[in-house]
Design a protein around this ligand. Sequence first.
Ligand SMILES: O=c1ccn([C@@H]2O[C@H](COP(=O)(O)OP(=O)(O)O[C@H]3O[C@H](CO)[C@@H](O)[C@H](O)[C@H]3O)[C@@H](O)[C@H]2O)c(=O)[nH]1
Length: 348
Amino acid sequence: MHVLVTGGAGFIGSHVTVALAAAGHRVTVLDAGHPAAHRRPLPGTVAGQPVVRADVRDAAAVGRALAGVDAVVHQAALVGPGVDLDDLPEYVGCNDLGTAVLLAAMARAGVHRLVLASSMVVYGEGAYACPAHGPVAPAPRPVADLAAGRFEPGCPACGAPLAPGLVTEDARLDPRSGYAATKVAQEHLTAVWARRTGGSVAALRYHNVYGPGMPRDTPYSGVAAIFRSALEAGTAPRVFEDGGQRRDFVHVRDVAAANVAALASTARSAGWRAYNVASGVATTVGGMAAALARAMDGPEPVVTGEFRLGDVRHVLASPARAEAELGFRAAVGLDGGMAEFARAALRA
Ligand SMILES: O=c1ccn([C@@H]2O[C@H](COP(=O)(O)OP(=O)(O)O[C@H]3O[C@H](CO)[C@@H](O)[C@H](O)[C@H]3O)[C@@H](O)[C@H]2O)c(=O)[nH]1
């Protein structure tokens, strides 16, 4: 099959390109090359596949790139927490206008299969249960609580401590940042497109992706790259809150494998379906920092008590649907993955 991978020269996209090519697909990479990604210049191919450089908002260029294509794997996006609200127009432009331009071009070109790189940020907080009130959705944590070192969200009904659980794809969407809002909008736009065209969309909600080729510490990087950059500079990773916030860190090669499986799934049925792409293992941010510091033989992490507004406390994924329907199961464990990440090259 001939697959167009938008963002296929980026961190995750280049791994997806390699995996699709290894699975026997012919791949064309659309390098959307946003300056905020601070990417180094790239060769004209990724994993031997041709690269077209174009802004995803450029309808004519996207239309040309779709010639002869059977399916699109849409990875191009501006990611991360960003700097401030001045980033908002660019997030919406790259992620939502870009997706809209792509979907319209796909409809014109008669391309009906799409894998979308979405994110666990669409959930906001993960799943929680109150001992008295059952499953509840906590509100954003009050600044006063965070400043006082009270990091665990309380039950919205009675304030009692909550037990975190596994978030499933049917959870309520509750984006807590501009980036998260653009990911929700991408999901909705692709669902509309699927209904209107009879097409098929697999929306992959990536959890915290790490691995070789991750961009260095920038306002658009995830925490693993930030810690890795600190350790490389000989300084201790700075762990916010009390370090007990939990995430699911998933290796980028596992994410690439999930994309290959998701692409196959779009041939089986029309419609729109979301999947968590996760390792299925919960790790505290403090624990991840310690594992990486060990692997790099660097200074012990420092728990600072700082906090970022908009950060959520625990987001732990249920990987069950992806396993049942896509046959995807993460293969890389945290210790092995971090040991490799400690030695891997990062992008400038
Ligand atoms: O120097 C740092 C930076 C972050 N954190 C903590 O690490 C956790 C995870 O941070 P991060 O990876 O930035 O954010 P997440 O919300 O877990 O990740 C999602 O949201 C990010 C920003 O929107 C995106 O970059 C990621 O791709 C996406 O998975 C949070 O508790 C942060 O407070 C630290 O302890 N120290």
